[in-house]
Write a protein that binds this ligand. Sequence first.
Ligand code: NDP
Length: 392
Amino acid sequence: MANVMIIGAGGVGKVVAHKCAQLPEVFSEICLASRTVEKCEQIAAKLPRKIDIAQVDADNVGETVALMERFRPDMVINVALPYQDLTIMDACLKAGVDYLDTANYEPPDEARFCYKWQWDYHDRFRAAGRMALLGSGFDPGVTNVFCAWAKKHHFDEIHELDIIDCNAGDHGHPFATNFNPEINIREVSAKGKYFEDGKWVATEPLSISKTYDFPEGIGPKKIYLMYHEELESLVRHMPEIRRARFWMTFSDNYLKHLEVLENIGMTRIDPVIYEGREVVPLKFLKALLPDPGSLGPVTKGRTCIGCRIKGVRDGREKQYYIYNICDHQEAYREVGSQAISYTTGVPAMIGAMMMVKNIWRRAGVFNMEQFDPDPFMDALNKYGLPWTEIFL
Ligand code: NDP
């Protein structure tokens, strides 16, 4: 029985709150805290049991520590924005609380994400006897666990890895992002990067693409090479990997809008002076775009996210594909959110469950692939994200 504090009452926070509330035997008490307390109230009102709510600015370490001292959580599930990762980790160290997140730290003024900032907390968490689990969403998160599972059960060595993320859903808007628009557009408009023969190879944004035929009737879709954070931890923890790439589908319509927005400067993250005050164009654009949380009732179709792996077993070359398919409307019926928030929030709850039940337990800062994948894989089947594996 554990007390859990969820920070961030957005699309993902809503799913985490629902999934934790469904398991009172694991998460006996829940506090949902966020910058705008009204969003916590709205989520709490729809849950199957009563939870605490609180207002917190997680950029402020002192305020966050004070809240933790009041509620005394065993752990924090951070589903605010990546900008808050370090301040929440600092607060956890001060209050003696375990930590979990779904996205790695990004400095607000620089569209660059890497694990170094958070890995640098390892010794402090270890000395405090506390655990931090990084990237417990779908990608990163489940994709890392898929790799650990493949390595444990099907391969002696993984040589080539392609993580492929498909959203074959449609929300009917001319342009909308299915998670936080600022984080999404920063990620998509950044340069690509993949790992090959011990080196990182940089690519122009979305300049490499191909068609991939997705399973179970989803069919062929164009996928684009991007950089994604789990590549960094996977090549570190599985040093035999020779090539690792990440791919995502985008519709022509999404890309057309993105190109125009970029061309006219609306995706800039540096402040411009407008009528005497500073405005960050991308933050202003976020205020105009549909709130991803509002897409739940209108999004139809499915997501398919998985890993294609080439490697060797008993000296023979082998190819393998493991994936999950998630239906937007089924997710909405269960927790009131579309599949992108669902596929992130369910693994966040499962990661937290692994920690509070001491199934995954070490002192320090860790990525998902560093733990035994089996209990997590069982929990995916049990709590709404069943997976399928194909031997090619
Ligand atoms: P939203 O923008 O919907 O929600 C973010 C929430 O965090 C909002 O409620 C926001 O408050 C709150 N917040 C922002 N700043 C602060 C602060 N300083 N203090 C307290 N609360 C704050 O985002 P999502 O729910 O879509 O995404 C949440 C996280 O999940 C992001 O980090 C995202 O990168 C990650 N993610 C991970 C994925 C994965 O597979 N690993 C996939 C998708 C998302 P307010 O309401 O006031 O704005």
